[in-house]
Design a protein around this ligand. Sequence first.
Ligand SMILES: Cc1cc2nc3c(=O)[nH]c(=O)nc-3n(C[C@H](O)[C@H](O)[C@H](O)COP(=O)(O)O)c2cc1C
Length: 366
Amino acid sequence: MPRDLRSILARPGPVLALAPMQDVTDLPFWGVLARRGGPDLYWTEYFRVHGTSTLDAPILRSLVENPTGRPAVAQLIGNDPVALAKAAVELQRYPVAAVDLNLGCPAPVVYRKCAGGGLLREPHRIDAILGTLRQVVTSVPFTVKTRVGFADDSGWDALLELFARHRIDLLTVHGRTVSGMYRTEVRTDWIARAVEAMPCPVLANGNVHSPERARQVLGETGARGLMIGRGCIRNPWIFDQIRQHRSTGTWRSPLGREVLDYITDLYESTRPSAGFRERLQVEKMKKYMNFIGEGVHPDFLHRIRRATTREEFFACCRDHLDHESPMPLVPPPLPAHAAGVGAVGDAVPTGVPDPSVADPSQGSTQ
Ligand SMILES: Cc1cc2nc3c(=O)[nH]c(=O)nc-3n(C[C@H](O)[C@H](O)[C@H](O)COP(=O)(O)O)c2cc1C
């Protein structure tokens, strides 16, 4: 498997990428995914960049120690062109497949500071940032991950022109506006507009949770590939299932016992080597379980959320998953009022710190 983005893009078939997810897509999680097939391309969590920031050491470690054998893209979030350029230059000394700019984060504490999705309200600032980054990102491709606008898609075509003018090498489009958070329908027609307008490849992102949905999104958008986030927390086999579906027309669902193994792997892989505390680890597991549990049974999540010890946690997992029946691992449909017309599940489930309202940047994004 090639370790650079251009070779990945030169291969036939859709490119399957892991979406960046703050506090989720770290080094241990990459390993857990890779052991179950994994994507073609990994993304880091975002590096927060401002005037006095330094590159986050744990995220750098994921690049240096990348255990997947596949390329990893480093993502930046911020709005200071000089600071972003400095971070991008430094990052190119590490094994990065590309440097990516975040133009989609919908957390109010981020967008109010005009970073992430907030920049979509100020295209002239995006212009300046892209111009600066394009000049300094020379040894690897320069990529952007964006939503289609802040409140609506009225500026989408102009934004695409901006991306094209700055000759970005790859664009990932989450087919929602920033105001749409994680709740509205994913608009494949908006993604298709990008595919048509951009001279570079486009990855489609949002609510891909099954091989059928993957095929549908690729068909409706013409995208070069897919980026998948929550769908692969719930179902880490999804990348291999999509590959299998494309080559054979069918795919294999994991058995309950394999899902139990996955949860055990997550528990063991993500436990800190120093300062391990069982109670904290059980709490940490709940952030993954909120997604995994959606595809299991309502009682399962109810019990998991009340577990405080490893024994309680795994007793519940065993009761629901220690069996040989196939698990579809798809989310339930959203209620029509919450989802918007035509939406399927994949909201941020109740009880999860909703990245649309929580503060994934902990307030330090400038
Ligand atoms: C917990 C969480 C953290 C996220 N962190 C980031 C991030 O650091 N950078 C980014 O560009 N998007 C981030 N996102 C957005 C995802 O990359 C992705 O665009 C979004 O979840 C839609 O894709 P999905 O439906 O496949 O999950 C995050 C999403 C979630 C749920």
